[in-house]
Design a protein around this ligand. Sequence first.
Ligand code: NAD
Ligand code: WQD
Length: 339
Amino acid sequence: MEILVTGGTGYIGSHTVVELLQAGHSVVIADNLCHSDRSVLDGIRAITGQIPVFYETDCCDRAALDRLFQRHPKLDAVIHFAALKAVNESELLPLAYYANNLGALVTLLQAMQAHRVNQIVFSSSCTVYGTPGNPPVTEQSPIQPATSPYGATKQMCERILQDAVHADPSLSATALRYFNPIGAHESGLIGEKPQGVPQNLLPYVTETAAGIRRELRIFGNDYPTPDGTCIRDFIHVSDLARAHVCALEHMRHVPAGWRTYNIGTGRGTSVRELVDTFIRTTGASVPFRYEARRPGDIGQIWADPSLAERELGWKSVKTLEETLLSAWRWQQHITNLEK
Ligand code: NAD
Ligand code: WQD
């Protein structure tokens, strides 16, 4: 198949491009490079021996998307990663988040409709469940009020997709609700590159181990969990990337329509467990101290990913140890490049 990957030079997008190329698909990337850079294409080429077609394109730019679809009239499907994703930043810049995340999806869907491309896989998030009840979370768990403008954009995007599918019976849309993606490609050649101080846990851990940060602050050790720290479902980014290939395959064999799947491991890991496992498997040192809870954090969440296994034939296979080692390999790679 020929697939348009928006946000394809970003963290999850680049790993998905690798999986798509290795599964024999052709890839066209559209990314405006607001949160990634072209050097990612070198990493993709080093891993796969192929370099995907790349357009520096903003998905809110309808004319640019029209040109892209005209130049690639055989596109079969789109995977839409392009979005702004920092929860804190979305509190400060809600309008930028609504304009970009909603604008890109609506513009893309209009362009797809005009060019008769009718399959889309959308990057959603476990954040749509808000503050859920007892884990694990299934796709039937209620959608709760969003806890940030970012989370609201994911809920609204899902609604937009549902309405578009309702109005156009030829359209197929699958939303993958990611839990906590971490790690890097096993080659250590592509990975997550946070801009500035990392907000997410594992990049902060690897930067602390690399000596870039002095110490990790663990936000809260008084949650009602076995060790008092929060529990999350951390999933290797390459496992997550593979889920997109499975979702595309699945779409070809089922009637058009709206579908949504949890993409996680089905295992909960506490923050402290993650840090301890990182120290044990890498041998690196990670000084840390406990701090007060981070506002807005939920105590525990993990996925029930069994629907994805049953319907998409997908499940995560990487262990936590190999996931943490991959992140460390990538951190060492970027630290060496910056020396
Ligand atoms: P990322 O920031 O690494 O990648 C997003 C990419 O989209 C970047 O390359 C950026 O330059 C590009 N982009 C943003 N707006 C654009 C626009 N208007 N036009 C073109 N390109 C644009 O983020 P990521 O972690 O790879 O996330 C990918 C998707 O997965 C996002 O939709 C995000 O909300 C979602 N998601 C991420 C996580 C996570 O923890 N990383 C969890 C759940 C869902
Ligand atoms: C994980 C745990 C922190 C940093 C976010 C988004 C969510 C989704 C995934 C996009 C929490 C603790 C963190 C640190 C810490 N993204 N922590 N010290 O908050 O589960 O989810 O990314 O859709 O929408 O909210 O991930 O990595 O920020 O935090 O103790 O320096 O690590 O308190 O318990 P989170 P995270």
